[in-house]
Write a protein that binds this ligand. Structure first.
Ligand SMILES: Nc1ncnc2c1ncn2[C@@H]1O[C@H](COP(=O)(O)OP(=O)(O)OP(=O)(O)O)[C@@H](O)[C@H]1O
Length: 731
């Protein structure tokens, strides 16, 4: 993204410290939010101005409000985080006084419109914040402190609590809320989302600053120009809408394509009937209500002869079907979907069609053996709707899957797909002119020393940075600073309960009893998680039949336990301080597999009580007995267990289908059975010749109550004859 030609002006507006009059919110809240926002600012502050030592706006908080509100003009003067752009101005990037005067004030115009939402007492406070220009959202919840969200974290705007009048004031400044509870401000890109009480009165608002960030699509310009359909995946707030808005403009203005945006919440083209200048000459179709998004998508193709259709938030099966219809009609499609990785889309039954649909195929024993796969395998049903996919890791970094079909096939086969990691810095070296940078082929970049891209041997892919992709369900990316390689799945699957926050400091050693007990109680046990997807945790809780007993919370103060990945524990030592401060036990999982989460949840719920023992004092961790690796498993055993994991996570749980495994040695079948049990699933054991085998059933086990089956003559470990059926929960 960033500036790629001399028409852009870069200014380092980044600042990470709050001024003295600002009210810091609690450490945990800060951590929580720094965890959930990207490291955008830190990477952006390395602009040329910064390198040349030109004073940034850090020292002088912009005064506010200015008397006159100006709207963006067709010159497209927009504000990004630490980035101001003006296409009509060709002054030098380096010595432009313009950047600190005219551009700044014009770029502030959109923010000025935004802060009109707030009562004047809040405006003054907010505008004095050093990061004011990088403001992401303002949250107004009745009876609470008004909160501003910045890239560096949350900040309480005022100690005065939000009143009804404050909400009424904000509501009076926006248009009507549609049935998705969203509204906007006329001809601006800001998004206002409402929370209502049971009487449907608005009691909370999330007001997001919308910006058109010129240059943000440079990072994938080659894909856009290639003409293929592009699926953009990312968690909320990572910048998907901002990216596709710029793609729409790029295609319509730079490439003179007929672009139609299906703008369900008026987020891409802004509120009001005249679209925001940020979409250039792309046309925009509004959608009367969210349930009609798919019909408007089809209408766009049938009535307006588009070459490209842009669509934000494909979330339902109907929308996915409409997208697939559009793609079949030869129209380029650029769409977004929520998720962290393509794996999330594959596992989402409504969106599976976007990646071609999935079906399970049962192979004959001979074929399975030949292919070295399990008997029931997953295959892609047809061609994906999109040619390629972009997983947004942060506003500045993404993973590009040039061939979505190849990626999906690899994931379904349990293999690591190959992809290319791109970041803004690589694509926005201001010292290189536009034609040089943009014209550079991937092949050239491959050999560029700076670009940190390495070639893969796969002839299908031109070039990519090969990284391990094993941890498909890794949490929302606060982890941008961490290499993907480091995030690869750990072979050691132990769960650690880390109960003491700071064991080194003997004088302040928190006694274990200080930690709040985490036990079953009438209200659900609330878990605060770091880098573990809430949806994955809840899915596991559901499989365990604990969906009413466990809850995931964003509020550390309300939490009963912390669940974190060990990667995050290493990266973010602050977690221990937070845990200590709140007297919370920390449960650490070494990989985000469902099996690990099952174990963690059982520990948190004390289902396996008594199995927790403390390690000697020097090591602050508590290890679950029996989880420590006792011996090195054989390759065959690893293979067999991986077969179980894939079968369960890709077929049995999402598809509700049974899976028959390959025949194995009886001791290995016993290990497989243990793993099946840890997912709380039932299995059928068959001691067919020459080796026994398991069939995993999509049925939940009675927890902690496994009985010897009547039909089994011996045991479930493979020595018996006939069928072994684990007891099932009554439906
Ligand atoms: N490249 C960027 N530079 C500066 N700010 C950005 C950039 N991309 C996004 N933002 C800001 O980040 C916030 C979130 O962006 P955006 O709405 O595009 O995210 P999103 O992924 O579409 O979120 P959601 O899924 O919730 O709709 C906005 O305030 C936007 O202005």
């Amino acid at each position: 993204m960033i500036a790629l030609n001399s028409h852009f002006v870069l200014i380092d507006l980044h600042s990470s410290w709050h001024s003295a009059n600002q009210i810091p919110i609690s450490i945990p809240t800060y951590l929580q939010n720094s965890h959930s926002v990207s490291k955008f600012s830190s990477s952006f502050c390395r602009t040329r101005r910064a390198r040349k030592g030109i004073a940034s706006s850090k020292s002088s908080a912009p005064s506010f409000p200015s008397p006159e509100i100006r709207r963006p003009t067709s010159d497209r003067l927009f504000l990004g985080n630490g980035l101001l752009t003006n296409q009509s101005n060709s002054s030098s990037i380096l010595d432009s006084d313009f950047a600190s005067t005219s551009s700044q004030s014009e770029a502030t115009a959109e923010l000025e419109v935004f802060v009109e939402l707030l009562p004047s007492r809040m405006r003054k406070q907010l505008s004095s914040h050093d990061e004011f220009r990088e403001l992401i959202e303002v949250v107004l919840d009745l009876g609470r402190n008004p909160i501003a969200r910045f890239p560096s974290g949350d900040w309480a705007i005022s100690e005065e609590l939000v009143k009804h009048e404050d909400l009424s004031h904000a509501i009076s400044k926006v248009g009507d809320f549609s049935d998705d509870n969203r509204s906007g401000m006329d001809r601006s890109l800001h998004r206002i989302s409402a929370i209502r009480n049971r009487k449907m009165q608005i009691i909370g608002l999330t007001c997001r600053v919308g910006r058109s960030v010129s240059g943000s699509a440079e990072i994938i310009r080659d894909l856009v120009e290639g003409g293929g359909s592009i699926l953009v995946i990312g968690p909320p707030g990572v910048g998907k809408t901002t990216l596709i808005r710029e793609i729409a403009r790029m295609l319509a203005d730079d490439h003179k394509k007929r672009v139609v945006i299906v703008d369900t919440s008026n987020e891409i083209g802004g509120d009001g009937d005249v679209p925001h200048a940020g979409i250039g000459s792309a046309r925009r179709m509004q959608v009367p209500n969210v349930h009609m998004q798919h019909t408007v998508m089809i209408e766009a193709v049938e009535n307006h002869m588009p070459e490209t259709i842009i669509i934000d938030e494909i979330g339902t099966e109907l929308e996915a079907l409409a997208a697939s219809t559009i793609a079949q009609r030869g129209v380029q499609l650029v769409g977004t979907a929520h998720g962290i990785t393509i794996d999330n889309i594959i596992k989402n039954p409504s969106l599976q069609i976007l990646v071609g649909g999935i079906e399970s195929v049962t192979l004959g024993d001979e074929e399975a053996r030949k292919r070295k796969v399990q008997k029931t395998i997953l295959e892609r049903k047809g061609p994906p709707t999109f040619t390629c996919a972009v997983e947004m890791i942060s506003k500045t970094e993404c993973r590009v899957h040039h061939r979505l079909d190849t990626t999906v096939d690899a994931i379904l086969a349990g293999k690591t797909p190959l992809f290319e990691v791109r970041n803004v810095e690589t694509y926005a070296n201001p010292s290189v002119g536009p034609s040089q940078t943009l014209g550079k082929s991937l092949h050239e970049r491959l050999h560029s020393k700076d670009d940190n891209i390495i070639a893969a041997s796969d002839p299908d892919m031109e070039v990519r940075q090969v990284k391990t992709y094993a941890n498909h369900s890794m949490g929302p990316s606060p982890n941008h600073e961490k290499s993907l390689h480091e995030r690869s799945r750990s072979k050691d699957d132990n769960i650690i309960a880390d109960d003491d926050a700071d064991m080194e400091d003997e004088g302040h050693l928190p006694h274990q009893s200080k930690s709040r007990p985490v036990s079953k109680k009438s209200s659900p046990v609330r878990v605060y998680s770091y880098k573990i997807l809430e949806s994955d945790l809840l899915q596991v809780a559901q499989v365990l039949g604990l969906e009413n007993e466990i809850d995931v919370t964003d509020d550390i103060e309300a939490a009963d336990a912390i669940l974190a990945s060990s990667d995050e524990m290493k990266q973010n030592p602050g977690i221990r301080s937070v845990a200590k401060f709140h007297h919370l036990p920390v449960f650490v999982i070494k990989s985000n597999t469902m099996a690990q989460m099952v174990k963690a949840i059982r520990m948190i719920m004390k289902i396996d009580s008594g199995s927790i023992t403390k390690k000697p004092r020097k090591t602050p961790d508590i290890v679950i007995e029996g989880d420590a690796p006792k011996r090195k498993p054989s390759l065959e055993e690893i293979d067999a267990l991986e077969e179980v994991r894939l079968a369960i996570e890709y077929i049995v749980i999402p598809g509700g289908e049974p899976v028959e495994l390959l025949p194995r040695r009886s001791d290995i079948v016993a290990r497989q059975l243990e793993l099946v049990e840890s997912y709380q699933l039932a299995a059928e054991y068959s001691s067919s010749e020459p080796n026994p085998r398991l069939q995993i059933l999509p049925l939940r086990l009675k927890s902690k109550n496994l009985k010897e089956p009547k039909s089994s003559s011996k045991s479930a470990t493979g020595e018996g004859t006939g069928i072994y059926r684990l007891p099932l929960l009554p439906e």
